[in-house]
Design a protein around this ligand. Sequence first.
Ligand code: SF4
Ligand code: SF4
Length: 285
Amino acid sequence: MSTTLGRLNKVLRFSTVDGPGNRFVIFVQGCNFNCVNCHNPYTIADCNHCGLCVDPCPEDALTIEPGPTVVVDRVACTSCDVCIEVCPFDSTPLAYAASVADVIEQIRETAKFISGITVSGGEATLQPEFIFDLFSAVKTDPDLAHLTTLVDTNGSAPSELWDRLSPVMDGAMVDLKALDGTVHIQLTGASNEPVLESIRHLALISRLSEVRLLIMPGYNDDDASIEDTVSWLRSVDPNMRIVVIGFRNHGVRPGVEYLEEADQETTERVGELIRAAGFQDVVVV
Ligand code: SF4
Ligand code: SF4
């Protein structure tokens, strides 16, 4: 069994919102985008062990040891999230290393009750060896081989990485924050060129599970933007599954209260524009 280590934020044994069916979800630590709308900003950076979260911990579950290294007493920790709230670096002291073998044993305990596993983040594809070894272990284990293997991604990975994963990965769910390059940089701090190439390439190799359009009022919700996006997606694959997600400000960083939530009328309008363009598999959430 692989001893490859993943840097993980947490695992969820059961989730119905991270792909089809009931899924075991692994959230990795670390992301190469810096989205203004991020709902889990504490997954973006690796802890730099500055120690600023040690004293605020109400349970004295954190200590700083020579190195320096912040160490967590996981028995004392009550998951109150105070350390996450005070961290000025979009990190958490609670991220941890786990081997593929460890994660496989956890998956085995739930295998009878789930339909698949999803690696999410953070950005999953920043840890490609972990994903490859994990999915390979699932696909070659007689008790786990029935599970589907999905990646939830910001789409920044190069085509070569998707090619490497494709023998053991059933699909990728790709976020497209904006077709317009300038708006994409405003929203994520990164170019969308790799994202568009990922969507094209995953469709080409039959590994595109869905494209997720996050609707951010004032940025990407006007009819012209939606029509351009839909037209581009049609040129890639008119049969792809599209999920429309209205922005909600739950969990976002303090200071971005200016971001407007997408109401149901807006997301339904976007869904109708996509359906009117001929897409059959459209979900509005
Ligand atoms: S979540 Fe963080 S602050 Fe809260 S008890 Fe655990 S280590 Fe301490
Ligand atoms: S979690 Fe944040 S505040 Fe705490 S030690 Fe790491 S970087 Fe510093």
